[in-house]
Design a protein around this ligand. Structure first.
Ligand code: F0G
Length: 459
């Protein structure tokens, strides 16, 4: 029988420090209206990210304590590799300190200037690593993904015509790989169907281009396949994972998501040759091939975390909690991206603040207002994060302007999330008073982490 409630109990807790609106008004100003700059103890409900913020289990803690810290040949690495091989069928595993480090290792081996890497809305670090190498991250996501009201069940899907055009019109040597992100974070935590994965595999095989996954939230993607793709309703989550990865050439992983670890990542590969090429960069940037920037304890904890993250009952409570949160926001008439994603609810800032011009960064303005209103921290996924075009240096205006409210794994109760829904509901009533923002300083790449702003009416 499956659990009708969370499939675990909470055994270690951390207190939340309360703040007043007056305190938050001065803290946000001192933080230059950038939520990454806030002191975390001044945030009451932190939905900045689901990355590295999940609660670990007793078995994961046991792994951390009993990790094998040998420089080479660690037993904890072996444990982690065994689980990854079981879930993906990929034989080679290179540990890295986190997901973007896995991208760095893989792309150092495969991506060169002027290359084209098609995919389904690459995550910003993935795009950053591609553009840093003077290559192009080509977005081939289906058009429904750009419509926050479209009920399409697999809005992470790749548009097969767009992909085929990219594969047909570019010379093979300019196409080092196709990168599919499962689930698609930048598109709203939206899943990719197995039918789409299979079609993409067939296209890649036809054109001789390797296919890789960004597998940060692969378990949540597998849950959506089981619950939304009738053909797989009776399959187990690990069986769906194996089917997703069959014939895929490799993957990059941030174990901070579906590894339920505070830190860690890896590259998983099928080819001996690519493994050898990546190994050089791994040793150079990350560490020896059996630890790659992680402690033995972290690797043991990831081995266990991957098993727990692919447990159906866990996924049911995890994805179910995020869905309930989305439902509550809707009850307060807050416009959100639908269907609700696997790890986060995305508030649609363009419908929340319809009069604010795009160059006043409505999603960033809304995220700051939510902090002041309720001590809640989300993150902008909009024009600030989309960065400037690397060639023209103009702002890029993505189709959607969103505030992501990411739910850490096994950390918050529905009660916490109800408070967040209420906070946004309150804000909606005074939405016309939320000031737009202007940038006063920004970094040349990945600007959203450190960008400084000031309110428009404060000039
Ligand atoms: N790929 C995806 C889909 C991600 O969501 C992230 C990180 C990465 C790669 C990079 O992994 O952080 O371990 O280096 N996403 C975090 C987030 C930061 O908040 O969504 P990392």
């Amino acid at each position: 029988m499956s659990h009708p409630f969370e499939s675990y109990v909470i055994s270690v807790v951390r207190p939340i420090q309360m703040t007043t609106r007056e305190e938050r008004e001065s803290i946000i100003k001192e933080s230059h209206y950038n939520l990454f700059q806030l002191p975390a103890d001044k945030v009451m409900i932190d939905l900045l990210t689901d990355s590295g913020t999940g609660a670990i289990s007793n078995h994961q803690l046991a792994g951390i304590v009993s990790g094998d810290e040998s420089y080479a040949g660690s037993e904890s690495f072996e444990k982690m590799r065994t689980v990854i091989r079981e879930l993906t069928g990929l034989s080679h595993v290179i540990p890295t300190h986190q997901g973007r480090a896995a991208e760095n290792v893989l792309f150092s081996a495969l991506v060169k200037p002027d290359d084209i890497v098609p995919g389904n809305t690459h995550f910003d670090t993935t795009k950053g690593h591609i553009e840093f190498r003077k290559a192009v991250a080509l977005d081939c996501t289906i058009s429904e993904a750009g419509d926050p009201t479209s009920p399409h069940p697999f809005k992470g899907n790749v548009d097969l015509d767009k992909l085929e055009t990219a594969l047909k019109t570019n010379p093979r040597e300019k196409l080092p790989l196709v990168m599919m992100t499962v689930t698609c974070n930048s598109g709203g935590g939206q899943p990719v169907s197995l039918a789409n994965i299979k079609s993409v595999k067939a296209l890649c095989q036809k054109h001789g281009v390797p296919l890789y996954f960004d597998m940060a939230r692969f378990a949540e993607n597998a849950y959506f396949i089981k619950t939304r793709e009738a053909e797989y309703a009776d399959w187990t989550i690990p069986d769906i994972c194996r089917e997703m990865f069959s014939d895929v050439d490799g993957a990059t992983m941030s174990a901070k998501k579906d590894g339920i670890s505070a830190m860690g990542g890896f590259v998983a590969l099928r080819s001996d040759d690519v493994y050898q090429q990546c190994g050089v960069y791994s040793i150079l940037f990350e560490g020896y091939l059996t630890y790659g920037g992680m402690t033995g304890g972290t690797m043991a904890s990831i081995a266990q975390g991957l098993k727990e993250a692919t447990d159906f009952d866990y996924l049911h409570s995890r994805v179910g909690q995020v869905a309930r949160f989305g439902h509550q926001l809707k009850e307060y008439s807050v416009p959100i991206l639908e269907p609700v994603g696997g790890h986060a609810v995305y508030v649609d800032a363009l419908r929340f603040l319809p009069k604010m011009p795009r160059d006043q960064f409505p999603a960033q303005a809304l995220a700051c207002a939510a902090y002041v209103e309720g001590g809640v921290r989300g993150v902008e996924i909009g024009t600030v994060m989309a960065d400037r075009d690397p060639k023209t240096r103009e702002n890029r205006f993505p189709k959607m302007e969103l505030v992501r409210l990411a739910v850490p794994r096994r950390t918050l109760t529905d009660n916490h999330l109800h408070y967040v829904a209420q906070t946004f509901g309150n804000l909606l009533r005074s939405a016309s008073t939320i000031p737009g923002l202007e940038i006063t300083w920004e970094a040349p790449i990945l600007r959203h982490f450190t960008c400084r702003f000031k309110p428009r009416d404060n000039k």
